[in-house]
Design a protein around this ligand. Structure first.
Ligand code: HEM
Length: 245
């Protein structure tokens, strides 16, 4: 989350899922959030509005295609998979651009949407904010890197490592918004790859140039060492990004 100085204030992201929470705390927090969303579904049933939950109710629940519980669960998925990810990508992406003004200029100074789209792909690769959410179960015995994985065993996949693999591209620890980074794995791979990836791309292609153009003097208001990174959260990012312009 970006917080601003001198038009100062501090906005913190506090309702996000913590990676280091105990399974009991996670279950309790998920239960509480689900309860809230179920209450919201019931409220929207009584007072529909121009919003997603109301549309789910009239278009799907009323026809018997979804239960109320499934509508609430859809709200939870959108909150975590859709909002948490993109919001963190905007915050962390902004920080990366502030640290590399020459790269920020590529986005700010172009009127070619293809240049911005390409730059966003490289930011997605370089930052790889989805870190520990890829879990797969082997359906048959297989060997990867000399390691036998038996059918039924779970495997977690480290997307940041894959995106910084020198077999994939040269100088992976460098951010270069002009290069072609097609094939990166920031949205995962295979049948479960991110359902909202094109929406996320559009959000980033709109938000980052708009921010840089509206606030050309945007800069970090604290030393980098004082920025609090979300090592403790499921989606990587910054807890807050103090900025000035
Ligand atoms: C920068 C933003 C985003 C990133 C980095 C991201 C990343 C990911 C990753 C890594 C996965 C797991 C893929 C896999 O298991 O192979 C995933 C799944 C998913 N994402 Fe995203 N995502 C983003 C934005 C969104 C948005 C905006 C939405 C919806 C509005 C969304 C909805 C989903 C859903 C529903 C899944 C589960 C797909 C499945 O299991 O079949 N994501 N995302």
């Amino acid at each position: 989350m970006i917080c601003a100085r001198p038009a100062s204030g501090s906005v913190r992201r506090s309702t996000a899922p913590r990676a280091d929470a105990s399974p009991q705390d996670k279950a309790q927090a998920s239960g509480a959030l689900f309860g809230y969303l179920l209450g919201l579904v019931e409220h929207k049933e009584r007072q529909p509005g121009d919003d997603l939950i109301s549309r789910l109710l009239t278009e799907r629940v009323a026809k018997g295609e979804l239960s109320r519980e499934e509508a609430a669960m859809n709200g939870m998925i959108l909150l975590f998979a859709g909002h948490e990810t993109t919001a963190n990508m905007i915050g962390l992406g902004t920080l990366a651009l502030l640290r590399h003004p020459d790269q920020a200029a590529r986005i700010r100074d172009t009127d070619d949407p293809a240049v911005v789209a390409n730059a966003v792909e490289e930011l997605l690769r370089y930052l790889s904010i989805a870190r520990d959410m890829i879990v797969r179960v082997a359906t048959e015995d297989l060997t990867i890197g000399g390691q036998l994985i038996r059918a039924g065993e779970a495997v977690t996949v480290n997307l940041p490592a894959a995106n910084r693999d020198t077999a994939f591209l040269d100088q992976p620890d460098t951010v270069d918004l002009g290069r072609n980074t097609r094939g990166h794995l920031a949205f995962g791979y295979g049948i479960h790859q991110c359902l909202g990836q094109n929406l996320a791309r559009v959000e980033l292609q709109v938000a980052l140039p708009a921010l840089l153009r509206r606030l050309p003097g945007l800069r970090l208001a604290v030393p980098l060492e004082d920025v609090k990174f979300r090592h403790d959260m499921s989606a990587y990012g910054v807890h807050e990004l103090p900025a000035a312009w």
